[in-house]
Design a protein around this ligand. Structure first.
Ligand SMILES: [Zn+2]
Length: 185
């Protein structure tokens, strides 16, 4: 790559984020960034999280996009994967205290709009740093999510392990399968 435009970034520092690729573009959302508001849920946080930075491999340029809808609140350590023209975001944390989420959200990259597919609730462990991918099994499309670390869950599923760590959070081997056509876990 050459040319100054490659290095003229539209964002400052960024950590605990993911940057998935669809087609010829990379999509950068969320993460910890300078000047971030460590609120649990606030209009300012939602406004800041309503921006997605994209990097075009063909033009070698970054650009900033305002999204529609409501972005997820788990801004750091979330898990994400792509499927067709969508990016699926699961769980994550607030970057304050032991505050974790378990909502599933999708960003449609054609309309740059957010939709929540599953809300934060107590049916599953709230966590961050899970593994996540999309896959097809017998003609059905799924999201597969495995592991993670988070808060002590309200419901411990007997087939999985939940182990408290020295830093007082809980590590798990939970495995979740989300059916993309039916829209449920
Ligand atoms: Zn919080």
């Amino acid at each position: 790559m050459s040319g100054q435009s490659t290095y003229r970034l539209t964002f400052k520092g960024r950590a605990s984020h993911s940057a998935p690729v669809i087609g010829e573009s990379l999509y950068l959302w969320g993460g910890i960034q300078p000047g971030i508001i460590l609120a649990h849920d606030s209009p300012q946080k939602k406004k800041l999280m309503s921006t997605v930075e994209t990097f075009s491999f063909s033009s070698a340029r970054w650009s900033s996009h305002l999204t529609r809808g409501t972005p997820p609140l788990g801004i750091a350590g979330y898990s994400c994967t792509t499927f067709r023209s969508s990016i699926y975001y699961y769980a994550g944390h607030c970057a304050h205290d032991f505050c974790f989420y378990n909502s599933l959200n999708v960003l449609n990259t054609l309309t740059m709009s957010w939709t929540q597919l599953h809300p934060n609730d107590e049916s599953m462990m709230k966590k961050a740093n899970c593994g996540m991918l999309s896959l097809e099994l017998d003609g059905t499309d799924y999201l597969f999510i495995v592991g993670g670390v988070g808060a002590t869950p309200a419901v411990k599923h007997p087939q999985f392990q939940y182990e408290q760590t020295k830093s007082l959070d809980v590590m798990t081997n939970e495995q979740l399968l989300y059916n993309l056509s039916k829209g449920d876990f």
